[in-house]
Ligand binder design. Structure first.
Ligand code: WT7
Length: 664
């Protein structure tokens, strides 16, 4: 189990922050106002999950009620069996029907300044606007032959049309597969092929730090390597030059022109596919995580409501800084927030464009009350300096959130003091692409927090720390984080790979969901996540398989073999260290030029997030006598530590000294 240095310090953290009086004073309604209420609700959710979730589900509209709340045959769960609904109705129409059609659903802000005075492009879409946009685009998709059950691929920047396209798919019963705009063409090829998607929606480009990311060109390159793509819908956002393929490409604007503003929602079965979202695992091939409609809808809306204490009518404005290309954006920019009748903020670009105070400027401009980001971003804010938040009025903030990786106490305290004026509760939300929504998290105004701990399980989540036999471990003993009961937004499988689904999540400890994280619980029952136990690394809160980076490296002519491990990184939490052996033709030409070439190659193959932070050339990789790469040893070397690993099985001892030599 790897324990990055940042995490080691939090293992000794003992400061406790009780819910602040200031938070209580400012929130008229607190859904879970004290620990006694939390305990009672949690207990009820454990003893009577069906009753508990039926009650939560009753807040939303269903076109046909369920006959049974849960059918569970490990590892297959069905929630709200027999019920039909449409998630776009719960995100949009339900608000309109309640007379809230002219209230703001989405506040979007573009990255570029629109005038010399630094004015910004802002779009506010009401629920009525959103309905019109979603329906016209849904009708447009239908006109391209997209039907219920198809998978539509979305490879776009953070523009409102991305949320519109997701909801339009949901409206007509098509599933979506969103690919993060930072991924390269080969990532599109793999995902489109695996999803068997014949329509891709993209943009000419996306703004990022004043530059245009050429999304359409990446799609063109991907499609040239694919056979089944019939149409590419392209939204013109940046006005950059693009190639146009007449028979195949359709402009978004032309597609929606003349379409009806009404599109009757398909009545979807609760267990129909809502989306696929690809995430990294221990092998080189990303997994298409399957999420279905009913359970995901109820769980994301319920977690959003409790974890952030969302209350309509209290002028709340919710801003999650994640890109929709990740699960955080799916659940807490779009699906979990819209049903709660609180405006969701979508921001197009980089946090430091044009300057390092962009987010704080936005908080002030939109009177943002809820701010949800990742520890890696917080560490960057700290490095940029306190003067940036100090320039702005942040007094609108009520709740702060963090997600993606364990937060180091130093960053937690900075967030608390400099952003939250020492009175905004911080919710450290632990979850995964596979869990759909928060599984372990404090509730604001309720749970006392300890910096670095994600505290206690959410309602309905039977989380525990166990050994490989499934036995629960005593306090403070590290073990496997598992969930012992099904929950509504649990993944329903890996697309097209049942064996991998069972093998990855359900075979390590039979009968329990194994999250892939090592963790412990302290004396008060609080969870402390210690890091991944598989070959997955968490770089800036984004998951990457070390094998993916290794295969990108060996696809370069110069490389024969590569081993990739995580290493401590000041901002990213975990950085990428690559140990590489070179082809005879390239031996002797090591050095910065080759390092740079390899970094560029990985960026081209996967995307900038996979760019190695350190490349070390070596004559050979450390292997056991049976030929296994000794990754733990490499991790220790990359961290500059003496290894605690037993090296007696190492095949070539002289290697150790060589690997430790730094030539940078
Ligand atoms: C992995 C899941 C789900 C949102 C973004 C990441 C790590 C996530 C926390 C947290 C400690 C965390 C875990 C998990 N992780 N949140 N609050 N504290 N670790 O989603 O890409 O599916 O990655 O991120 O290691 O397994 P993901």
């Amino acid at each position: 189990m790897s324990t990055p240095q940042a995490i080691e310090s939090l293992l000794t953290e003992t400061r406790v922050f009780e819910p602040s009086q200031a938070f209580r004073a400012r929130s008229k309604t607190v859904h879970c106002p004290d620990m006694a209420t939390y305990r009672a609700l949690y207990q009820r959710s454990m003893q009577d999950p069906a009753g508990f979730w039926a009650e939560m589900a009753s807040h939303y509209s269903w076109s046909k009620p369920w006959s049974k709340v849960l059918e569970w045959e490990c590892p297959d769960a069905k929630w709200f069996v027999g019920a039909t609904t449409n998630i776009s109705v719960n995100c949009i129409d339900r608000q309109i029907d309640a007379g809230l059609g002219d209230q703001v659903a989405i506040i979007w802000e573009g990255e570029p300044s629109t005038n010399d005075a630094g004015g910004h492009e802002v779009r506010r879409l009401t629920y009525a606007d959103l309905k019109r946009e979603v329906c016209t685009f849904a009708n447009g998709l239908k006109s391209l032959g997209v039907k219920r059950g198809d998978v539509v691929t979305l490879y776009m920047g953070m523009v409102p049309e991305l949320a519109i396209a997701m909801l339009a798919c949901a409206r007509i019963g098509a599933a979506h597969s969103v690919i993060f705009g930072g991924f390269a063409a080969s990532a599109i090829v793999d995902r489109v092929q695996d999803a068997n998607s014949s329509v891709i929606v993209t943009c000419d480009g996306a703004w990022r730090r004043g530059q245009v990311v050429p999304l359409k060109a990446n799609v063109d390159e991907a499609v040239s390597r694919l056979t089944g793509v019939r149409h590419v819908v392209c939204l013109h956002r940046c006005g950059n030059d693009i190639k146009w393929n007449g028979g195949r490409d359709i402009c978004w604007h032309d597609l929606v022109k003349g379409q009806s503003h009404e599109c009757a929602p398909e009545a979807m079965d609760s267990e129909d596919l809502l989306f696929l979202l690809y995430t990294s695992g221990s092998t080189g091939k990303p997994k298409g995580i399957r999420h279905t409609i009913g359970g995901y809808m109820v769980f994301t809306a319920t977690t959003a409501r409790y974890t952030f204490n969302l209350v309509p009518g209290e002028n709340q404005v919710f801003f999650c800084t994640a890109d929709i290309g990740w699960v955080t954006g799916h659940s807490y920019v779009v699906y979990g927030i819209l049903p709660n009748r609180v405006p969701t903020v979508m921001y197009e670009g980089a946090p430091n464009f044009p300057k390092e105070d962009r987010f704080w400027e936005m908080v002030e401009r939109h009177k943002i009350t809820h701010f949800y980001t990742a520890p890696t971003a917080i560490r960057a804010f700290m490095k940029w300096g306190d003067e940036h938040p100090k320039k702005h009025d942040l007094s609108s903030l009520i709740v702060l959130g963090t997600v993606g990786e364990p937060i180091n106490p130093e960053a937690w305290i900075w967030y608390h003091e400099k952003i939250g004026s020492s009175h905004c509760p911080i919710v450290d939300t632990m979850w995964q692409t596979e869990t759909g929504g928060h599984i372990i998290t404090p509730l604001p105004g309720c749970t006392p927090t300890v910096p670095g701990s994600c505290t206690l399980p959410f309602f309905g989540i039977d989380a525990a720390i166990v050994n490989e036999q499934g036995e629960e471990l005593p306090p403070n003993q590290g073990g496997l984080l598992v969930i012992r009961k099904p929950w509504p937004a649990m993944l329903r499988g890996i697309h097209g790979d049942r064996a991998r689904y069972i093998e990855t999540y359900w075979s390590k400890v039979p009968g329990m969901y194994v999250a892939g994280d090592g963790a412990r619980r302290d004396e008060r029952g609080y969870f402390w996540i210690m890091g991944r136990i598989d070959d997955v690394i968490n770089v800036s809160g984004h998951r990457l398989g070390t094998m993916e980076v290794e295969s990108a490296l060996v696809s370069h002519d110069a490389v024969v073999e590569a081993a990739v491990v995580g290493m401590p990184h000041e901002i990213k939490g975990t950085g990428i260290a690559a140990f590489v052996t070179l082809a005879p033709t390239h031996q002797g030409v090591t050095g910065d030029a080759l390092r740079k070439a390899l970094c560029e190659h990985v960026t081209k193959e996967i995307g900038a997030i996979a760019r190695p932070d350190m490349i070390r050339f070596t004559g050979a990789l450390p292997k056991t006598r049976s030929g296994k790469i000794m990754r733990r040893l490499l991790r220790d070397i990359a961290a500059g530590k003496e290894s605690s690993q037993d090296t007696t099985t190492l095949e070539d001892f002289s290697l150790l000294a060589k690997l430790r030599e730094t030539d940078e």
